[in-house]
Design a protein. Structure first.
Length: 364
C-alpha cells in the first residue's frame, strides 16, 4: 500500500487502487486529491489525513472516524457520497468520495459578491434537503459554511448543492459511544457561522444550531454582508451572545417574508428559531421561483433589458381607438390672418378708451 505525503506526486497509488492525479486542497485534517479508481476507471476525491498533523486524543483520528461514520449513513443526493474508507500502512486514515465538478459557495461568493434571490434560496433549500436526512439520523453538522457547500452543475444545466465535511458533526449517543469519541468541552466550528449556544458548548447543541448557520449563509449570499460586524473574534462572540443581528433589510431591498425567514434563523434563543429544516425550506419555497415582488424588480441592474411583449401576427387586426379632436390647429395662413385681426381689434379698443378718457377730463 502506498502512503500519501503532504505533497504527493501525481502517479502515486493509494491503497493499491487509487492513482493520484492532482491535489485539490488542504484542510484541517489533511489533503484532498483528485484520483482515478483503477478498478472502475472513474474519477474520485480521496481525503487522506496528514501524518504530520497533531494526532492528540480526540482530535484528528476521532474527527476522521466521525466523518466516515456520518457520511456513510447519508443517501441524499445533496450530501457527498462515501465510496471507500480505510487505513494506510503508514497509519494514516483515508476516505474516498464521489468526485465533484464545480466550486464551493465560498469561491462563488468571492467572485460574485452576492447571489440573486432565487438562486441563493434554491441552494439553501437543497442544503435543507441534505440536513433533513442527517437530522433524522441524529447527526448535527456543526460546521455549515460556504466552504462546505459545494455547487455542481447537472446534465440539464441545473445546479445541485452538496453538503461536505461532517468532520466535527455531532452523532447519536450510541454511535459516539461506539467510536469512543469525546471532545471534552472543546468549541468546534467556524465562529462567524456559529450559534450562540455553540459558542458556549459545542456538545450541547441540537439541530437548531445548523439552522442558525444556514441563516448566516443565506444572509451572506443575499447581501454580501454578515449579521454581525466585529474587528476581532472576542468582539464577535460578545455581540452574538448579547446583541440581536442587524436586519437584512438594512443592507438590501428584500421581500418582508424572506427577511422574516432569515431573521428567524438568527434568533438568539433557539426556541424562537425554526424547529426543523423542513419548516425553513417551506418558508423559503415561495422565493425560489419568479415573483412580482417590486423590491426585487427595482434592484435589477441597469443593463438588464426589461421584458417586452411579442408583436402580434401581421394578419391579426389591432383595433385602434382615436379620441375625438378637441382642438384642430389652423393652417399657417389662416392662423396669420386671425392674428392680424386680433391685433387690430385690440388697437381700436385702446383708441376708443383713450378718447373717452380725454372727453371726460375736458368735461370735468
Amino acid at each position: 500500500m502506498g502512503g500519501v505525503n503532504e505533497k504527493q506526486a501525481a502517479g502515486s497509488v493509494v491503497a493499491g487502487r487509487y492513482e493520484i492525479e492532482a491535489e485539490l486542497g488542504t484542510g484541517g485534517m489533511g489533503v484532498v486529491y483528485r484520483a482515478r479508481d483503477l478498478a472502475k476507471g472513474d474519477l474520485v476525491a480521496i481525503k487522506v489525513m496528514d501524518p504530520k498533523k497533531d494526532r492528540s486524543p480526540a482530535t484528528l483520528d476521532q474527527r476522521f472516524a466521525r466523518e466516515i461514520a456520518a457520511v456513510q449513513q447519508l443517501e441524499s443526493p445533496h450530501a457527498v457520497r462515501l465510496r471507500d474508507a480505510g487505513t494506510l500502512g503508514t497509519g494514516s486514515h483515508f476516505m474516498v468520495m464521489e468526485h465533484l465538478e464545480g466550486a464551493d459557495l465560498l469561491r462563488i461568493l468571492e467572485r460574485m459578491g452576492r447571489l440573486p434571490v432565487q438562486r441563493a434560496v434554491r441552494l439553501i433549500i437543497q442544503a435543507c434537503a441534505a440536513l433533513c436526512e442527517a437530522h433524522a439520523l441524529g447527526i448535527v453538522h456543526r460546521d455549515l459554511k460556504p466552504a462546505n457547500l459545494f455547487v455542481t452543475v447537472q446534465a440539464d444545466g441545473s445546479e445541485c448543492l452538496k453538503v461536505l465535511d461532517f468532520g466535527i458533526s455531532k452523532l447519536p449517543e450510541s454511535t459516539m459511544a461506539q467510536l469512543a469519541l469525546t471532545v471534552s468541552g472543546a468549541v468546534l466550528g467556524s465562529p462567524v457561522y456559529m450559534a450562540p449556544e455553540q459558542m458556549i458548548s459545542s456538545s450541547d447543541v441540537d439541530t437548531r444550531a445548523d439552522i442558525w448557520a444556514l441563516g448566516v449563509v443565506l444572509y451572506q449570499a443575499l447581501s454580501g454582508g454578515f449579521p454581525y460586524e466585529a474587528e476581532a473574534m472576542p468582539q464577535l462572540c460578545a455581540r452574538v451572545l448579547n446583541e440581536d443581528p442587524r436586519p437584512l433589510s438594512s443592507l438590501m431591498a428584500v421581500p418582508c417574508g424572506l427577511e422574516a425567514a432569515v431573521m428567524r434563523c438568527l434568533a438568539r434563543d433557539p426556541a424562537e428559531r425554526f424547529a426543523r429544516v423542513e419548516d425553513l425550506a417551506a418558508a423559503l419555497a415561495p422565493f425560489a421561483t419568479a415573483g412580482p415582488a417590486p423590491t426585487i424588480v427595482l434592484r435589477l441592474p441597469l443593463a438588464s433589458p426589461m421584458p417586452m411583449a411579442a408583436p402580434p401576427p401581421e394578419h391579426t387586426p389591432v383595433p385602434v381607438t382615436v379620441p375625438p379632436p378637441r382642438f384642430v390647429e389652423p393652417e399657417p395662413e389662416i392662423a396669420n390672418d386671425t392674428g392680424r385681426r386680433a391685433r387690430l381689434i385690440y388697437l381700436a379698443g385702446a383708441a376708443v378708451g383713450l378718447a373717452a378718457g380725454i372727453i371726460y377730463m375736458l368735461a370735468s
